[in-house]
Write a protein that binds this ligand. Structure first.
Ligand SMILES: Cc1ncc(COP(=O)(O)O)c(C=O)c1O
Length: 446
């Protein structure tokens, strides 16, 4: 008799083994797990029953705070009324209603909305629309994309290609062909401890002219940047930078895409970075705050003229061969509509704007604490950069993350930078508590 195959060890329901965690040090986490079991307002509850102040709006997404009754009830009602409707050649009322509502919120003529399920899908969708748009116009040779160093545009092959984080790129082969990158805008030697937009670095946008000269404008489809780079450590755009990028794109017929997955929906104290900076791109990608993180959803806003360019062939023809089974999922639409109502009813973008100066002072109160080498802020975002421990990059900030969690505060770290982005429902008292805990954590690390 051949040996019977060994049956695997039985798994208990609480076994941590099977779940391959995303962007996580799996073995370290599973040795000392941090589990959240409930959330309400500004707080999580951990599995050991502690209240954890949410300094990160989950993952930059829960802008309306947690467990808002109006959003919860809208999702519950929709689940009972209609679970799903086919997304292709069919529609349902809420998807049109949400698109109209979002288009009205977005400044300028970015009046058409294509739904996805995540920021990564929104980015891939925007890149594909850019390629198809040029092709429909008879400029199909425009196939290059220009991203930026230290940019994060999710984890699809398009997103990692235009993104500028080597760890996210190096394992995954050649990616999209024909992509080039602008230099990042982080200039600590000139801009350290800037309040709001830094003074220096607008000229870095002119690097686009060098890249255009190298490849020729006729080969370039689009430039994509985060107006404020979040995931690589809160890089606030230098004054005038985005306007210069816009002017360069205009000169060369290149589409400009803003990735507002983080900056959208009030984070900067305005509806979108488009409004905050007064610069009009050709497409905008969003996710996260669109449903306040309650149901996965992303979207691409496109200028009306882009959409109109596609609406030229026979009326029976599908104009764009792209879409997802769950584009405009009814639950996500119900969540999105309720979320947008909450933002408006409670004036959450206005709350973010009115707290921005108090937040800025709180951020910069950390100046002089041990190992703090830079502080940056805009709207309700902060970046706190720490001097790395020699030979052990990322450890200092990660230790701070662990200590803050023990003390009841959730922060996020990237490299040796702490990033903060609280729900927009917060108050001055929350800001005081947050920075009080952080100051203790940083002092103890000395
Ligand atoms: C600017 C930006 N773009 C895209 C993404 C990807 O979004 P998702 O994780 O929903 O795919 C993120 C996520 O953090 C982001 O910050």
């Amino acid at each position: 008799m051949p040996d019977q195959p060994q049956s695997p060890a039985p798994r208990t329901p609480n076994d941590l083994d099977a779940f391959w965690m995303p962007f996580t040090a799996n073995r370290q986490f599973k040795a000392a797990p941090r589990l959240l079991v409930a959330a309400k307002g500004m707080h999580y509850t951990s599995d050991d029953g502690r209240r954890i102040l949410d300094g990160t709006a989950g993952l930059w997404c829960c802008n309306a705070g947690h467990g808002d009754r109006r959003i919860v009830e809208a999702i519950q009602a929709q689940a009972g009324e209609m679970d799903y409707a086919p997304a292709f050649q069919m529609g349902h009322p809420k998807v049109f209603e949400l698109a109209s509502r979002l288009a009205a919120l977005m400044p300028g003529d970015l009046g058409k909305v294509f739904f996805t399920n995540s920021g990564s899908e929104a980015v891939d969708t925007a890149l594909k629309i850019a390629l198809a748009y040029h092709r429909v116009r008879g400029e199909g040779q425009r196939t290059r994309f220009i991203g930026r160093e230290r940019g994060y545009h999710g984890v699809g092959f398009g997103g990692i290609s235009v993104g500028g984080i080597s760890g996210n790129r190096k394992f995954f082969g050649p990616m999209l062909a024909g992509v080039d990158h602008l230099p990042h805008t982080h200039l600590p030697e000139r801009n350290a401890f800037s309040r709001g937009e830094p003074e220096h670095g607008a000229d870095l946008a002119d690097e686009l002219e060098r890249i255009v000269a190298l490849h020729d404008a006729s080969t370039i489809a689009a430039v994509i940047v985060e107006p404020l780079a979040g995931s690589t450590g809160v890089l606030v755009p230098p004054k005038g930078y985005l306007a210069r990028l816009r002017a360069s794109c205009d000169r060369h017929g290149i589409l400009l895409i803003f990735d507002e997955v983080i900056t959208g929906f009030g984070r900067l104290g305005a509806s979108f970075a488009v409004e905050r900076f007064g610069v009009q791109p050709d497409m905008v990608t969003v996710a996260k705050g669109i449903t306040s993180g309650t149901v996965p959803m992303g979207a691409v806003f496109a200028r009306d003229a882009i959409y109109d360019t596609f609406m030229t062939g026979p009326e029976t023809a599908i104009e764009l061969f792209h879409g997802y089974t769950y584009s405009g999922h009814p639950l996500a639409c119900a969540a999105g509509l309720a979320t947008q109502r909450v933002y408006a009813e409670d004036g959450l973008f206005e709350n973010a704007a009115s707290l921005a100066a108090y937040w800025e002072d709180a951020v910069h109160s950390l100046k002089g604490l041990p190992h703090v080498i830079d502080l940056r802020n805009l709207g309700l975002i902060a970046g706190i950069e720490l001097q790395p421990i020699a030979g052990q990059p990322t450890k200092r900030a990660f230790n701070a993350f662990l200590r803050a969690y023990e003390k009841g505060l959730l922060i996020r770290t990237t490299g040796d930078i702490i990033a903060l982005s609280p729900p927009l429902i917060l108050t001055r008292a929350h800001i005081d508590e947050m920075f009080g805990i952080l100051a203790d954590v940083l002092r103890e690390a000395a």
